[in-house]
Design a protein around this ligand. Structure first.
Ligand SMILES: NC(=O)c1ccc[n+]([C@@H]2O[C@H](COP(=O)([O-])OP(=O)(O)OC[C@H]3O[C@@H](n4cnc5c(N)ncnc54)[C@H](O)[C@@H]3O)[C@@H](O)[C@H]2O)c1
Length: 384
């Protein structure tokens, strides 16, 4: 999917009635994008912080949106009237509203990462199965043409059999925290740090390209040197408070053995003393692909990719030109929102399916488990 239909209508030419649960940072991107579709109405909003959803409604001029202070209250009152809900709560509050919505027959667009624990991921997939409703996860880079090109190159067979992948990324200093922004660094709200927040994107970029093979074993480690250091929060009124509050990882690395003989070497950082931990590399028996180091969570590759192979016994390199969006393609976020609306209107499968994202989650939780135990662990992905 690249072209979007801004005038997409629901079944029977109806408007889409959409609710948003969690009206913090990312809910803004959801609502801003929904409102570019004339046939979408934001009918209800919920946030557990009193007054927050009402303030959000006022910001967007959503005078008619009904306001609630819990996901239960919103869904108890509105479920029968909703076509879909965007769940924009912090990681540790992904499962409860998602299960509640699916069990009441509401389609869900859930923000990434899938969850904080495997148990929650499994619970959500069970609810998805028993409801028959859509549960799609908010990995917007999947709607970028250059990201899609990575999969197309692997699928073309030009690389031969893929046996090794190096991926990851990060920031020199980029812990998402401040005096009024703590949900990413607290264990009770985020559960996992950089590993889940931006690591999930790097994993998705390469795992999707190679068909999401299941993990077999993981040897991982995590650190929190920067998160626990008050120096990190120089712009804060109380750096020590944030350092004390920091309860997740700011760096993670792992060697992951995947089914099909693929070895995945991964690292991710919210903070580190280097500009980049390296490009993404996919090595195959016939060719190799270099994807320039990328903030792939913002949507695209870090520059043109290169394919390396032998031609008539000589090493050759081919640059893959960057693909540009055309008129009518919409923005990345419009494509993410459109994929959800299109699936609702046309009874399509979830555009970012949980059957794949559970594997992403199993690796993330495998890394945290391995890090806690200080040794390699076996990973199994439950069948739902
Ligand atoms: N796709 C992206 O580009 C992207 C970018 C940023 C964040 N995210 C994801 O979005 C999620 C939210 O991030 P954020 O930056 O908006 O966090 P945030 O802390 O700013 O907002 C979360 C909001 O959810 C509310 N909330 C929590 N539990 C609730 C519940 N049960 N019912 C109603 N409201 C509830 C909180 O009070 C808060 O206002 C995270 O999982 C994050 O990983 C995605």
């Amino acid at each position: 999917m690249s072209r979007i239909d801004l005038n997409v209508k629901n079944k029977g030419g109806e408007k889409f009635r959409i609710a948003v649960i969690g009206t913090g940072g990312i809910a803004h991107s959801h609502v801003r994008s929904y409102l570019t579709f004339p046939n979408v109405e934001i009918v209800a909003l919920a946030d557990i912080v009193p007054g927050k959803a009402a303030k959000f409604a006022a910001e967007f001029g959503l005078d008619k949106a009904r306001i609630y202070e819990s996901h239960e209250a919103l869904l108890d009152a509105e479920a029968g009237n909703l076509d879909g809900v965007s769940i924009c709560t912090y990681n540790c509050q992904h499962a409860a509203p998602t299960v509640y919505a699916l069990d009441r027959g509401v389609n869900v667009l859930l923000e990434k990462p899938f969850s904080a624990t495997m148990e929650e991921a499994v619970e959500m997939m069970r609810a998805e199965k028993r409801s028959g409703k859509i549960l799609t996860v908010g990995f917007q880079p999947r709607f970028d043409k250059n990201m899609q090109m990575i999969k197309r190159i692997v699928d073309s067979g030009e690389l031969g059999r893929v046996y090794y992948i190096q991926t990851g990324g990060g920031r020199r200093r980029g812990i998402p925290a401040g005096d009024n922004r703590t949900s990413f660094i607290r264990r009770d709200t985020a559960g996992i740090g950089a590993l889940a927040d931006i690591g999930c994107y790097s994993l998705d970029m390469v795992l999707r390209a190679v068909g999401y093979p299941k993990p077999l074993t993981v040897s991982g480690f995590t650190t929190d040197y920067f998160g626990k250091d008050p120096e990190t929060y120089q712009n804060s009124r109380d750096p020590q408070r944030l350092a004390d509050m920091f309860g997740v990882d700011d760096f993670a690395g792992a060697l992951i053995r995947l089914e099909g003989g693929i070895n995945l070497d991964f690292r991710i950082a919210w903070a580190m003393n280097v500009n980049t931990p390296g490009d993404t590399i996919i090595l195959g028996t016939k060719g190799g692909l270099r994807i320039p180091s990328t903030d792939c969570w913002n949507g695209t590759t870090g520059g043109p990719m290169t394919v390396y192979r032998q031609l008539a016994g000589q090493p050759v390199e081919q640059t893959v030109p960057l693909l540009k969006d055309q008129d009518g393609d919409g923005t990345l976020w419009q494509r993410k929102i459109y994929s959800f609306l299109d699936a609702i209107a046309n009874d399509l499968p979830a555009p970012v399916p949980t059957s794949e994202i559970i594997i992403n989650q199993a690796i993330i939780n495998g890394i945290t488990e391995s890090a806690a135990l200080g040794r390699e662990v076996a990973v199994t992905v439950p069948e739902i």
